[in-house]
Design a protein. Structure first.
Length: 429
C-alpha cells in the first residue's frame, strides 16, 4: 500500500511538471483538476493491471504534439489551422472510472495572401511579385487601354477609349510624337516615320512645298522661299533658284549694262570715260556746252567785224556784221548805228537761229548778252568762238559732257554717241 501511494505521488508530480511546461510554451489548458483526473485515470488503469490508456504524461504529450490543451476545454485558443489539420490526442477510457481525454487543436493559420506576394489567390488575375510586362501593380493583366500606365511593358501613356494613332496616345500606348509614323490630328500634317526631308513629308511632320528649304519631289532646288532672286550686283550671270524651285541662269547687273541699278548714279552701257556716265557709273557726265556773246551798240560797231561758231559736229559758220550781201559762205548781220546793244543782240540771235540744221547751236538773249547752247549734250560742243574786231566780246562754249563715244561702243541713248545714233543693239553707229 505504501509502495502504491508513493508511485501515485511520483506520477502526479511528473504530470504537474509537464503541465507547467505546456502552459508556459504552448498555452495549454490550465485546469489542474482536468490534468489530475486524466492522471488519476491513467494511474487507476496501471494499478488495475488491465486498463488501457496512457501513462501520466499521455495527456500532456498529446497537447504538446497537437499544440492543444487537454481537459474539458478540448482545444486551445488558437483553434484549428488552415494550413494543417487539427491534432487530437485521446487517452483511452479507464475502466477504473477515469477518462482522460485531451484534444489538441492544430497549429494556428498563416497570414492572409495579398497582391505582390507572388501567390495567385482570390480575385487576382496575376501576381508576379510586382509590376511586369504582363501584370500590373494591382495584380490585373496588363492590356493597352486598361488606363494603367505599365512602364515595364513599355507603355508611356494609356487613355482608355482614346488610344488611337491620330490622338495624343497611340494604339500601342506610346506618346504620339513626330517621326513615329502616326499622324496626330491637329498637330501634325503628316508623319511618314522616317528621317528624310527629301520626300513629301519633312522631319518636322509638315507637308513638303516649294520654299520650305528642302529639295523635295519635282524640285531642282529650294532656297527657302518662293521668289525669283536676281544675281548679285557685279555678276554678268549666275545660277539662281526661281519661284517654282527650278534652276535658272539670269543675267546679272553691273556697271556698263546700260541700266541704272544698285548704287549706280547712271549707266550709259560702257565703262569708258565717254558717253553720258563716267567710267564707274558713279556720276552723270552729260551736259550741253554753253557760250556767250556780249554785243556793243550799233554806234560803235565796225563794219566787217564778226565771229565764228562751231557745234563740234558740222562745219563752222562765220557771221559778219555787214549791211552788204553775204560772200564766201558767210552769214551777214545787218545793223544800224542807232541800234542799242540790246537791239543788236536780238539781230545776232535771229541770225544764229536762222542757220538751221548745219549749226547745232541755239541762241537766246538777256539784254545785250546772247546765250549760246549746243543742241547736243556732248563734250564735242566745247568749242572756241573765233572773232574779228571788237564789236562783239565772246566767251567760248564749254561745259559740254558726254556724247563722244565712237562707233561700236556700248550706249544707252544717242547722247552717248559722237554720231548721236545709238542702234537697237545698244551700240553707237
Amino acid at each position: 500500500m505504501t509502495w502504491l501511494m508513493a508511485s501515485v505521488a511520483g506520477k502526479w508530480l511528473l504530470g504537474a511538471a509537464l503541465l507547467v511546461v505546456c502552459q508556459s510554451l504552448l498555452g495549454c489548458g490550465s485546469s489542474g483538476a482536468d490534468f489530475s483526473m486524466a492522471h488519476a485515470g491513467a494511474s487507476g488503469a496501471d494499478n488495475a493491471g488491465g486498463g488501457a490508456g496512457g501513462n501520466a504524461g499521455s495527456a500532456v504529450m498529446g497537447a504538446l504534439a497537437g499544440q492543444g490543451a487537454g481537459g474539458d476545454a478540448g482545444a486551445n485558443a488558437a483553434g484549428s489551422s488552415e494550413a494543417g489539420g487539427a491534432g487530437v490526442s485521446e487517452a483511452g477510457s479507464d475502466e477504473g472510472g477515469g477518462a482522460g481525454a485531451s484534444g489538441g487543436a492544430g497549429a494556428s493559420g498563416g497570414a492572409a495572401s495579398q497582391c505582390g506576394d507572388g501567390v495567385l489567390s482570390g480575385s487576382e488575375q496575376c501576381d508576379t511579385s510586382g509590376e511586369s510586362a504582363t501584370c500590373n501593380l494591382d495584380c490585373t493583366l496588363r492590356v493597352c487601354g486598361d488606363g494603367k500606365v505599365n512602364g515595364t511593358a513599355g507603355e508611356e501613356c494609356d487613355h482608355p477609349g482614346a488610344n488611337t494613332n491620330s490622338a495624343e496616345c497611340t494604339a500601342s500606348c506610346k506618346v504620339n510624337v513626330c517621326g513615329d509614323g502616326a499622324t496626330r490630328l491637329g498637330v501634325e500634317e503628316c508623319d511618314d516615320g522616317n528621317a528624310s526631308n527629301s520626300d513629301t513629308c519633312t522631319n518636322a511632320c509638315k507637308l513638303a512645298f516649294c520654299g520650305d528649304g528642302f529639295v523635295g519631289p519635282g524640285e531642282e532646288c529650294d532656297d527657302g522661299n518662293a521668289l525669283t532672286e536676281v544675281c548679285d550686283y557685279g555678276s554678268i550671270t549666275c545660277q539662281m533658284c526661281d519661284s517654282t524651285c527650278h534652276l535658272i541662269n539670269p543675267a546679272g547687273s553691273y556697271c556698263g549694262d546700260g541700266l541704272s541699278n544698285g548704287l549706280e548714279a547712271c549707266d550709259d552701257g560702257n565703262t569708258l570715260a565717254c558717253g553720258s556716265c563716267n567710267a564707274n557709273c558713279s556720276m552723270l557726265s552729260s551736259a550741253n556746252a554753253k557760250g556767250y556773246l556780249i554785243v556793243s551798240a550799233g554806234s560803235v560797231v565796225v563794219a566787217g567785224d564778226g565771229f565764228t561758231l562751231n557745234d563740234g559736229v558740222n562745219a563752222a559758220t562765220v557771221f559778219v556784221l555787214s549791211n552788204s550781201a553775204a560772200s564766201n559762205g558767210t552769214v551777214p548781220i545787218s545793223y544800224s548805228v542807232a541800234d542799242s546793244s540790246s537791239q543788236l543782240a536780238t539781230k545776232l540771235m535771229s541770225a544764229i537761229n536762222g542757220v538751221g540744221a548745219s549749226l547745232l547751236v541755239t541762241a537766246t538773249k538777256s539784254g545785250s548778252v546772247v546765250i549760246l547752247t549746243n543742241d547736243r549734250a556732248t563734250s564735242l560742243g566745247n568749242q572756241a568762238i573765233a572773232k574779228t574786231g571788237n564789236s562783239v566780246v565772246s566767251i567760248d562754249l564749254s561745259g559740254g559732257l558726254g556724247g563722244d563715244c565712237s562707233a561700236g561702243t556700248g550706249c544707252h541713248t544717242a547722247d552717248d554717241c559722237a554720231s548721236h545714233s545709238c542702234n537697237a543693239t545698244k551700240h553707237c553707229d
